[in-house]
Design a protein around this ligand. Structure first.
Ligand code: MG
Length: 239
């Protein structure tokens, strides 16, 4: 039964019962030259015997419909405030002779990102997505690039810290989806290791993390191989 048909079904049950009772009452009170007091008593008994199951059936149907409506309201009330989404973006310039760190994994290449930490764009964008979903500011708030403590730091530490903050606010990470944009080299073969490293830092299984790679079709600084960028969307639920 669809949601729209429920009021119609209730009305139908109601009017069937009313018509049935009306017919029975009319039959009972209508003048009848042959009716005796015994016949009328029999009619009352017949009326009660026939109407009672119908009324019980109507009541049961209305009870079921109300229970379903209450359940749906509870589900909607519980789910809507718990699901939260955050977006993160990062870009770093590339320079010859630096290690190329992406998703906590060093990729063999002749260029790597310039940054205060290890310049891992994927980890940085992921932090921003998680902080954004939890309403906790951005990566610069928690790990300022003026703090010498983070100079050359492994960016997986940022994700581990983000995870602790999310735990404190009773957030669970449902899913993380990411795109890394890099002209060269190909990242696909390194995705399994990246997913494992990221998942370990976040205390998840790797199937919560989805990675994709794109080139920039030779356009702009990323397309010329001068920079690497990442976009991440994270979905959280609150316990
Ligand atoms: Mg960065």
């Amino acid at each position: 039964m669809s949601m729209n048909s429920r009021p119609t079904a209730k009305a139908l049950f109601f009017w069937i019962a009313i018509i049935f009772l009306g017919v029975m009452l009319w039959k009972l009170v209508s003048p009848s030259g042959t009716a005796t007091s015994q016949t009328r008593t029999g009619d009352w008994t017949l009326l009660l015997l026939n109407a009672a199951p119908l009324i019980l059936l109507m009541g049961f149907c209305i009870f079921l419909i109300r229970q379903m409506q209450r359940g749906r309201t509870r589900f909607a009330g519980a789910a809507s405030p718990a699901a939260r989404t955050g977006i993160g973006y990062d870009l770093h310039r590339l320079e010859y002779g630096r290690p190329l760190m992406v998703g906590g994994v060093e990729i063999p290449f002749d260029k790597g990102p310039i940054g205060h930490s290890d310049g891992d764009v994927l980890a940085h964008a992921m932090c921003d997505a998680l902080f954004g979903a939890a309403g906790l500011g951005d990566i610069g708030t928690h790990f300022p690039d003026t703090d010498p403590k983070w100079k050359g730091a492994n960016s997986l530490l940022f994700l581990e810290h983000a995870r602790k903050l999310l735990d404190e606010k009773r957030f669970s990470i449902e899913h993380v989806d990411a795109i890394v944009i890099l002209e060269k080299p190909k990242l696909g073969p390194h995705f399994p290791k990246m997913r494992e490293a990221l998942a370990r830092a976040l205390g998840l299984s790797a199937d919560h993390i989805h990675l994709k790679a794109k080139t920039n079709e030779g356009v702009d600084a990323v397309g010329r191989g001068e920079a690497i960028a990442a976009h991440v969307v994270a979905t959280l639920s609150q316990r």
